[in-house]
Design a protein around this ligand. Structure first.
Ligand code: ADP
Ligand code: MG
Length: 683
C-alpha cells in the first residue's frame, strides 16, 4: 500500500488510514493532528495487560480484567435510562454485562446466547453480583483481546479501541527510511534506526523509558532538525551580499571617551563583534542578549554611529514611544550636533511627519527613532544600512526573517533582548541568529537588596518607603492581576492606590492595562521627571525604560510570578548608582519550596542563572516571554533534561557547517519534523 522507503506516506492525510473517515479526521484536526506523522506522537499514557484471563470466581473488583464467558439471557427493560443487561456465566459463576445507551440488536450481535465470548473491562460488584459495565473489549476471538492495550489520553469522540487500531495500523505500515544521521551520531544511540525507535516508543512496556536509546534518538532527531533549519536560514541570510561599511574607529572611540563611564569588557567585545559584521560584505543578523541594565543601549548606539559614519542611515525601533524617546535623548546627548537625529512619534502632527518622511527619503536624517511605525510601508529610506530593534523577544523566526529582508540589500539587523534564557533555549529560539552576550554588569552597579515580607507587615514597608522618599528616591509598587485569566482585573492595584494615596497625599499615581497609551506615556514621563514619588501599577511597567531615580520596588503577591519575571521586575530599579531594594510581599508564610526559590533570587543578580533555575522549577514553557517567542513545541525533547542532546546537536551542526557536507540526506528529517517551506529549497 505504501512505498516502504518513502517518508511521504507519513505526511499523508489521515483519511488514508483504514477505518478513519471524515468524523475522526475532524476530531483529530481539532487537536492539531493533521497527518499520519502527527499521530505518531500521540503516545500511550499507560497500558493494560489483558493477556491473562480469569475465571469468574477469581475476579477482582475494581480492576481491569479479561474473562471468557457464555451469554445466557438478555434483559431489555422498556423504561428509559435503565440499561440493557446480559446474564453470562462460566463454569465457576455468573456475571452481568451492562450496557447503557445501547440498541438491542447491537447487544444481541456482540453477545450471542450460547457462544463463548471473551470480554475485558473494569469489574464491578452490585447487589451481590459481578458486573461488567460497557465492557471495553468484546470478541469471539480471545487472542484479539489477550494482549496489552495502550491507554491514550482520549480525544472526545474517539475511543481507546479506535486509537489502538489506528496506531497499530500506522506502526505496521511504518516506512523504513534511509538513515540520515552520521555513523558517529548513530553510535551514540546504539545504532537504533528511526523506524525501530518509533516502534519501541509505542510498546506498552516502554512508557516513560526516557533514558532508553530509542527515546533519546527520537528526541535528538527533532532537536537536530530544528538546528538544521536554523542553520539554513542563517546561511541564506549570510549569502546576501551587501556593501560593507567602513568603520571609523577613531570617531567611535572619541564618543566612548566622552561617556561618563567606561565600557565593560562584555560591552567592548559585543561592539567588536557587531563592527566585524558591519564591515563584512555579508548581512548581519545578530542578537545582543544581556540582562536588564547590562548596558545594551550604548552598544547599539555606537553601532548606529559607526554605520552613519560609513555613509548609511539607521532605524532604531523600540516597543514603546517612551523608550524611543529615551534612546533619542541619549543619542542627542552623546553624539555631535552634526548628526541628524529624528524621532517619529504618534503625537507628531501630520505636517511634521510629512517632513520627516521626506527627509528620510532624501537622506537628510541619519538616525530615526520610533516604534514599529518606522517600518510602515510609506516610510522609505534613501540608504538604510542598519535596523536596531530593542526589547523584542516577541518576534518569531519568520517575523525576524521578514525583517532582515525588509531593510533592503545593504541592511544589517541587530536585535536586543533582556530576556536571559538558558543556553539550550537560545540555541533553539535564536539559532538562526549570531549571538553576542553581555553577562557582566557595569562595575558601579550595586546588587539590589532583596527581602521577603508578609503582607500583614505592610506598616514596616510604609515606614521604609517614607525614609526613602525623604532621601529623594522613588518607588515602584507592583500589584499582580488577581485573576490572570481576566486581563482586565485591576482591583488589587486600584485598592492599593487608594490605600497609599491616604498615606502619601499627592505623591502617588496609578497605571494599569486600561490606562490609555497617551495617558500612560504622560504618567511615566511625570514619574521620570519626579513629579510624584510612588507609581502603583500592574505588571505593565515597560521593559527597558531607565528610571535612574527609582530605587525601591515592592512586588505584592510575589508567589504569583516565576523567578525570571521577578528578576525582570526587580530590574526596573538599581540602574543608577544608589543602593536599591526589592521587597517581595507574600500573603502567608512561605513553603519550604517557595523559600528555596526566593533564596535563589536573594542570592543572585545574574538573570542567566536565575532563568536556568526557573526552568528547572517550572519547565521551560513558562519562562517569561518564552510562550510568545514563536518557539515550536518539541514532542519529546526537553531543554532541561536533554541538555546533553542539545549540545550534541550543536556540535554535529558545526561539524556539518564546517565540512560543507551535502545535507540532502536530511531532507526527510526536516520535511517530517519542521517547517517544510524552508527546506523546499534544500537540495
Ligand atoms: P539595558 O541593557 O537593560 O538596555 P541600558 O542600556 O538601559 O540597559 O543601561 C542601563 C544604565 O546603565 C543606563 O543608565 C546606562 O547609561 C548605564 N550604563 C551602560 N553601560 C554602563 C557602564 N559600562 N558603566 C556604567 N553604567 C553603564
Ligand atoms: Mg534596554
Amino acid at each position: 500500500m505504501n512505498n516502504k522507503s518513502n517518508y511521504q506516506y507519513l505526511l499523508s492525510d489521515l483519511t488514508a488510514l483504514k477505518g478513519v473517515g471524515i468524523k475522526i479526521t475532524n476530531l483529530l484536526k481539532k487537536k492539531n493532528i493533521n497527518n499520519i506523522f502527527d499521530l505518531l506522537w500521540k503516545l500511550p499514557k499507560s497500558s493494560t495487560d489483558r493477556s491473562f484471563s480469569t475465571k469468574i470466581v477469581e475476579l477482582r473488583i475494581g480492576v481491569e480484567q479479561t474473562v471468557t464467558i457464555v451469554p445466557q439471557k438478555y434483559s431489555f427493560p422498556r423504561i428509559k435510562n435503565l440499561p440493557n443487561k446480559v446474564l453470562c456465566k462460566d463454569e465457576t459463576g455468573e456475571i452481568d454485562c451492562i450496557f447503557f445507551n445501547s440498541y438491542e440488536g447491537y447487544v444481541k450481535k456482540i453477545l450471542p446466547i450460547g457462544k463463548e465470548i471473551t470480554v475485558s473491562g473494569k469489574i464491578g460488584y452490585f447487589r451481590n453480583r459481578y458486573q461488567l459495565t460497557n465492557p471495553k473489549y468484546i470478541s469471539e476471538d480471545a487472542s484479539l483481546i489477550k494482549q496489552s492495550h495502550n491507554t491514550y489520553s482520549l480525544t472526545e469522540g474517539i475511543s481507546e479501541k479506535i486509537y489502538n487500531k489506528i496506531i497499530n495500523q500506522i506502526i505496521e505500515n511504518l516506512p523504513i527510511l534511509n538513515e540520515w544521521h552520521s555513523k558517529s551520531i548513530l553510535k551514540k544511540f546504539d545504532n537504533i534506526s528511526w523506524n525501530d525507535s518509533i516502534k519501541a516508543l509505542h510498546k506498552p512496556d516502554n512508557i516513560g523509558a526516557f533514558k532508553e536509546n530509542f527515546y533519546q534518538r527520537l528526541a535528538f532527531d527533532e532537536i537536530f532538525s530544528t538546528f538544521l533549519v536554523n542553520s539554513e536560514i542563517r546561511k541564506k541570510i549570510k549569502k546576501n551580499k551587501k556593501l560593507n561599511k567602513i568603520i571609523n574607529i577613531q570617531k567611535q572611540n572619541s564618543i566612548i571617551k566622552k561617556l561618563d563611564f567606561s565600557l565593560t569588557n562584555d560591552q567592548i567585545k559585543s561592539l567588536k563583534e557587531i563592527n566585524n559584521d558591519l564591515s563584512s560584505s555579508n548581512k548581519m543578523f545578530r542578537l545582543l542578549q544581556g540582562d536588564v541594565g547590562s548596558g545594551k543601549t550604548i552598544v547599539s548606539l555606537l553601532a548606529a554611529y559607526n554605520s552613519v559614519n560609513a555613509g548609511f542611515q539607521v532605524a532604531v525601533m523600540a516597543p514603546t514611544e517612551i523608550l524611543s524617546r529615551q534612546h533619542f535623548a541619549l543619542a542627542k546627548k552623546i553624539f555631535s550636533k552634526n548628526l541628524r537625529l529624528e524621532l517619529i512619534s504618534g503625537k507628531s502632527i501630520y505636517k511634521e511627519k510629512q517632513v520627516i518622511l521626506d527627509n528620510l527619503c532624501n537622506h537628510k536624517i541619519d538616525i530615526i527613532f520610533g516604534t514599529h511605525a518606522i517600518f510602515q510601508k510609506k516610510v522609505n529610506f534613501k540608504k538604510l544600512g542598519l535596523i536596531i530593534i530593542d526589547e523584542q523577544h516577541k518576534f518569531g523566526v519568520n517575523q525576524r526573517k521578514r525583517l532582515s529582508d525588509k531593510g533592503g540589500v545593504n541592511c544589517d539587523v541587530l536585535l536586543m533582548t533582556a530576556t536571559p534564557i538558558p543556553r539550550t533555549l537560545t540555541m533553539t529560539v535564536y539559532g538562526d541568529m549570531d549571538l553576542s552576550i553581555i553577562r557582566e554588569k557595569p562595575q558601579s552597579r550595586k546588587p539590589i537588596k532583596t527581602y521577603s515580607k508578609l503582607e500583614s507587615k505592610v506598616d514596616d514597608v510604609i515606614q521604609f518607603i517614607k525614609k526613602e522618599i525623604k532621601l529623594g528616591n522613588q518607588i515602584f509598587w507592583v500589584c499582580p492581576l488577581i485573576d490572570e485569566s481576566k486581563k482586565i482585573d485591576h482591583s488589587s492595584a486600584i485598592k492599593k492606590f487608594e490605600f497609599l494615596k491616604k498615606k502619601f497625599p499627592n505623591k502617588v499615581s496609578l497605571l494599569h492595562g486600561k490606562t490609555d497609551t497617551e495617558k500612560k506615556e504622560k504618567i511615566l514621563n511625570n514619574f521620570l521627571n519626579r513629579k510624584f514619588d510612588i507609581l502603583v501599577s500592574t505588571t505593565i511597567i515597560e521593559v527597558g525604560i531607565d528610571f535612574p531615580n527609582a530605587n525601591v520596588i515592592i512586588i505584592e503577591n510575589a508567589n504569583k510570578f516565576g523567578l525570571s519575571q521577578l528578576h525582570q521586575l526587580r530590574g526596573r530599579v538599581g540602574r543608577g548608582d544608589k543602593d536599591s531594594t526589592c521587597i517581595l510581599m507574600f500573603k502567608s508564610n512561605l513553603s519550604e519550596n517557595a523559600k528555596k526559590r526566593i533564596n535563589i533570587l536573594k542570592q543572585n543578580n545574574d538573570g542567566f542563572i536565575i532563568s536556568e533555575e526557573d526552568m528547572k522549577i517550572r519547565g521551560f514553557g513558562d519562562i517569561l516571554g518564552f510562550k510568545q517567542s514563536g518557539i515550536k513545541n518539541f514532542k519529546l525533547a526537553d531543554p532541561i533534561h536533554n541538555s546533553d542532546l542539545f549540545l550534541l546537536a550543536e556540535k554535529e551542526m558545526k561539524r556539518i557547517e564546517k565540512s560543507n557536507e551535502d545535507i540532502s540526506k536530511y531532507k526527510p528529517l526536516v520535511k517530517l519534523y519542521d517547517r517544510a517551506d524552508i527546506i523546499n529549497d534544500l537540495a
